[in-house]
Every structure is written in C-alpha cells, then in structure tokens.
Design a binder for this molecule. Structure first.
Ligand SMILES: [Zn+2]
Length: 432
C-alpha cells in the first residue's frame, strides 16, 4: 500500500532523483487502469444527474449550497489566486532549481514534479537552518495533549475531564468530557485514539460518533466525537515525540472536535461541522496558527530530557520564514488540484480525467510524470468532488478570522474573541 507519511518521507529526503521519480510514478499510477474509466463514468453520470435536476453542470449543483454559490465563482477564485501567486511561484522554483544545479552540477537542471518536496526540504534546511526532526524533542505527546487541552479550555471557556470509556475499540483509548467552565454544563465527549495499528485508518481525522440534535421533548443530545491519530508510539528509550507538523494537525483536528461538540443547532442537519463545506475548514485552519506562536508553544513545549529547555522563539520565526519560502509552491499545487476538479465537473458529459488532470497540473503546477493519472486514486473525487477549491477558499477566510485574535488584547489566548467564535460559529453551525 502507498502510505502517505512514508511517501512524503521518501519524497522529501531521497537524494537520488531516480528513486523520487519511481516513487512518484508508483503513486500516480496506483489503480490507474482500473479506476480511470470508473472516474470518467462517475463524471458522466454526475453531469447527467445535474442536467436532469436542471443545472448547467455538476459543479453548479454541488456548489449552490456553499459559500461560492456557482462553479464559475469557485473557478474565478482559484484562477485569480493562482495568477497572483505566479511571481512568487517562479521565484521559489528558481531557488529550488539553483539548489538542484549545485547538487547535480548540471547547469540546466530543472525542477520536476518529483523534485519539489526534496528541494523544498533542502531549502528549509540550508537557508533557514531548520531541522524539524530535532524539534520533536520538545513535543512529547503527554505535554502536547495537556498543552492543547489547556489552550482550548482557556480560549473557549471550557473544562475537560477524563472519564472511563463505557467500551473500548483499543486498549489505550481515552475518553474526555467537555464542560462549560462557568456553569459546569456537560457539552459532550471526545475519544482520543492516538497510535497506529494494523488496519487502522492511516490519516489523522475527527469523526462524529454521535451528532448533536434537539429531541421532540426538548432535550438535547450532546455530541460525541473521536480523534483518530497516528502518532509515533513511545519506545523503550523515548516517549512518543511529535513533529511540529503533527502538533499543527492535532490543533487543526481538535478544532473540528470543538465544532462538533459545542453545537447547539436544533437540527442534526445543521449541527456541528454540518456547515457549507467551503467554510468548514476555516476555523480549524485558523487554529493551526497557534502552533506558529512561540508564546503559545512555550506554555507547554519543553525538551523531554530536560524540561527547563524551551523552544527558542527565533527558531519558530525561522520555521515560519521557511514555511513561507515555499508557500506559493504549496498553494499552486493545491490550486492545480482545485482547478482540475472544477474542470472535471464543469459543463460537458464526456471528460478524459487523465488529460484534464495532467493538463491542469502542467499549467498551474508542474507536469506530472508521463503516462500517469493521479486522479485514479484521488479520494476527493468521490465525496469531495467539485469541492477541492474549498481548502483555499476556507484558508482565505481563516486568515481573516485569525486577525480577530491577532488584534485582540490577549492575542491567541483572548477569551472574548474565543467566546465569539464559540457562540457565532461553533454553536450555531449551519443554522446561522
Ligand atoms: Zn480539517
């Protein structure tokens, strides 16, 4: 199986170009022969459904209930953002290309689709002197969990209490009750399932176990959420140590759990994260910014071997610069996927997914290896179809939301702004 963390580790670190290329081709041809015709058939049927329902296209049908409203508006947003990122994207490609020239001695070296993760990583290491592996020592799991809990408790006026799970699907599962800190009102429960095991979902996600809703007799069913994570398990010599990326993802997914649990929407249809899908990521994407703030991090992060050692704020600042150093590359890739998705689902019944995806990647990002079809195993195409643009759309909103905290008196710990988020976004959900 092609597993994402291993894939990324190879793509970021494999010095041999041939290895990176082979890996990329393996991933971009996974299930290609079987799935390409299936996807094309799905696209055809979707167009048929849309036209039977009186829509111009599947993307218009899918997007009508979202913030963007029409496929054309979503597409215009994506194209505009891609265009405005062009100068920075070209600069970044050139910076990566220079590294490749230096490494290979080939004056004409080019950055290919299978190169960008490797050279982006080299750029971070060389120019910004950021060793992300070393940073793990500051993020032992227990500290991160406690730090994350107290951050969320503080911002949203909550209290988390451990409770005994009535049943466990794995032995080290924990269950926690969420209460309003002032009134003591129980608001819901969340499970933490922290470590990988065979057969387990291999990403990191928040799932609703029980959604919130009001019953006929007026009582409210408080929600239950589960956070399914895959952190590195502890060893004999060291505790479970998280990467900064994982800490960021944890803050993100925990935001979804809050969205699920803090709901007061009357109908299940609008409760919790049942909000327009091009909005749902915005609050969580905003909460990722907490882990880029040394003041927030140093409330909990400390070297597990000597907890008096805290993270040097200058390192966080350098990491943030390093992140921005290849951010246009990151977004151009994301926007290429978004545009390919919209082009697959705009008007027209017979689409060649292979051609559309590869043409769009070449136009907006970097040409995919010849003869591949990434879309054949692109999970978003069943369930998030005509919705990929939502990541960038929500990110734009999250940037706006974050300014509310940044300009507040207590910045990322500002309870008043936190309560506004709780009341105006989490509690009302899709019913606002
Ligand atoms: Zn998310």
């Amino acid at each position: 199986a092609t597993v994402t963390p291993q894939f990324i580790m190879v793509m970021e670190n494999a010095k041999r170009e041939a290895t990176r290329k082979r890996m990329k081709i393996a991933r971009y041809t996974a299930a290609m022969e079987e799935n390409s015709p299936v996807l094309d058939e799905m696209v055809r049927l979707r167009d048929e459904i849309a036209s039977l329902l009186g829509y111009e296209s599947w993307d218009d049908y899918q997007i009508e209930v979202k913030m963007a409203k029409t496929g054309a508006r979503a597409k215009a947003f994506v194209e505009d953002l891609a265009r405005r990122l062009e100068p920075k994207f070209q600069q970044e490609l050139e910076a990566m290309r220079q590294l490749k020239v230096a490494e290979t001695g080939d004056e004409n070296a080019q950055i290919h689709h299978w190169d960008w993760r490797y050279y982006a990583n080299q750029l971070r290491k060389k120019r910004y002197n950021v060793d992300t592996e070393q940073l793990r020592n500051y993020f032992p799991l227990d500290r991160v969990v406690q730090g994350l809990f107290s951050t969320y408790e503080r911002i949203f006026g909550l209290r988390f209490e451990p409770v005994q799970p009535p049943q466990k699907w794995v032995n080290d599962l924990t269950l926690h009750m969420v209460l309003d800190a002032k009134t003591g009102e129980p608001l819901g429960l969340f499970y933490l399932d922290l470590f990988p095991r065979p057969g387990k979902y291999n990403h990191f996600a928040q799932f609703d176990v029980v959604g919130g809703k009001q019953l006929r007799d007026g009582r409210y069913v408080r929600p239950v959420a589960a956070l399914v994570c895959n952190f590195t398990p502890p060893t004999d010599d060291a505790p479970s140590l998280l990467s900064h990326d994982e800490v960021e993802t944890f803050f993100h997914e925990f935001g979804h759990a809050m969205h699920t649990i803090l709901t007061r929407a009357r109908y299940a249809r609008f409760a919790g994260t049942n909000v327009p899908r091009d909005f749902v990521e915005a609050p969580s994407q905003m909460l990722e910014r907490w882990v880029w703030d040394a003041d927030v991090l140093n409330t909990f992060a400390a070297d597990w071997r000597d907890p008096s050692k805290k993270i040097d704020p200058a390192l966080i600042a350098r990491m943030d610069e390093a992140r921005k150093a290849t951010i246009a590359t990151f977004y151009r890739r994301q926007l290429a996927f978004a545009l390919a998705d919209l082009r697959l689902h705009d008007a027209g019944r017979y689409k060649d997914s292979r051609k559309i995806v590869n043409d769009t990647l070449a136009e907006i990002f970097l040409p995919a290896p010849e003869g591949t079809n990434f879309a054949a195993y692109w999970g978003h195409m069943s369930g998030y179809d005509a919705g990929y643009y939502g990541y960038a759309w929500a990110d734009a909103i999250s940037a706006d939301l974050a300014t509310a905290f940044r300009s507040a008196p207590k910045r990322f710990f500002d309870e008043e702004t936190g309560m506004r988020l709780r009341r105006e976004i989490y509690e009302v959900g899709g019913s606002r």
